[in-house]
Design a protein around this ligand. Sequence first.
Ligand code: HEC
Ligand code: HEC
Length: 465
Amino acid sequence: MTTQRTKTLMAFSILLAIVAVMLVTRHVRAQKQQDPKPSSYSSVIEEPLDVVRARDKAAKAGVMAAHQKLLEERYDLSRHVDDSLRMTRGKPIPVGPTARLKNGLTWEQLGQMSPAEIRDQGIFPYLPLPHVNHPVGGMVFPQTEIKSLPRLERFDMDFDLPDWFLPEIPAAIFLTTRPDLGDVSKGQVVTVDNYYDLFNGILNPKQLEGLRLLVTQFPQQQFNATADRKTEKADGMRGVACFDCHVNGHTSGAFHLVGDIRPQENRRRIETPSLRGVNIQRLFGSQRALKTVEDFTEFEQRAAYFDGDPVGATKKGLNILDRGSQVHDMAEFEELLDFPPAPKLNVYGRLDRTKANESEIRGEELFFGKANCSSCHTPPYYTDNSMHDLQVERFYKPRLEGGMLITAQGPIKTFPLRGIKESPPYLHDGRLLTLEDTVEFFNLVLEIKLTAQEKRDLTAFLRVL
Ligand code: HEC
Ligand code: HEC
């Protein structure tokens, strides 16, 4: 009797299990059919930090090696600098071109080829640059910066480009309101510890408060107090400050992935632009096209810090800035940041011919003539405050490289060229490591067939802007 009942019960249980498995499988299959696309949302359910950290650390050497290989294939990363031409506080500027040419071609031969020929032979030297670990992404800070601010270190990846291709740290700070003071940085990285000593008596109290907020840490996707983070440091868990990337109101060269695009492989690597001269600009972000410095200031913490995902932001500690009493203060300070002095330019932003040498003069003539750079980069600040689609995809076939989909990128902001020698690497993703590379890039993109001498002259002109 008892065995009979047990048998029936077992048979029933097995039947139930089979039905359950069938139901679950059907449900999963139905879900997959309904939703073949990846979601725009990332999961808020996290694995334990020690599990993730152990896995990330074990994988780190491999991640770095794979990315280094990609970089080495594209660029000569060795140190070539011009000691006679330095950034304001003395760092020599890097000299290129650094891009490696395929098939033994010379720059002159490449410049004679059509975009279609370059595309079909797969020899375009300036492909979009992936993030160090594109599927993961997030903010990554240069090693030299981490030396002075160890809280910015991540346990899963390091910065990729050598220091000589980056802006100087600390950078000089020039204020539009106090040009009489020259560089007000006193050779220091401005942080919450020293901002008051450095700026009390120079700024008004409202601007001082704005600066305080710009150097104060707030939670961010990789730097926060939840288990979903990439920092091991207690002070890293407090978040990042605006001036961790825009160091001294300029840039350290820190990068992350733009938050506005899905799926992940279509997102762009974006290198931190300088805040020098935001006062004369009317369009902010490489593609976001926000209209005021106030908007961008508010947007950074509300959206960019969390990859444009308010769900994760709520979990990790979204800091809502008050528009009237905080955003305005921060923006007022940002608007004071001036471009560095350009002693060879006159009031129109054109060369003062009594101070310029022959090569610089020829370079200016090319810029406004044969090379036609001035149709987008208009003086005195060398931006038209607009966006342009350079149609760079004419030169390559779409494909995945380093976890990134190399494809058409659309219109991008015309970044100003004033003070340009102080903010390598160039373009929104930093794929051009030197000014020489920007000249080679535009020589191809605009199909202007410059000679070697003309390229040298154009570079000489960019160096005085
Ligand atoms: C990852 C480091 C990082 C941090 C931290 C950061 N920014 Fe940015 N910032 C960027 C990048 C990258 C861009 C370019 C965005 C784009 O291309 O859309 C940018 C763009 C900007 C711009 C527009 C500049 C232009 O030329 O279009 C402003 C203004 C700005 N940031 C202000 C801030 C403020 C204020 C904060 C703090 C609330 C902040 N940023 C924090 C990296 C950073
Ligand atoms: C059709 C408009 C257009 C023309 C013409 C043009 N540019 Fe640009 N320039 C841009 C845009 C747009 C960007 C930003 C592209 C990006 O980030 O992907 C840019 C970026 C740059 C940068 C990098 C700026 C930075 O902060 O990273 C340099 C340098 C530059 N241009 C120099 C030149 C030179 C030199 C010429 C002439 C040979 C030239 N440009 C012609 C639109 C133009």
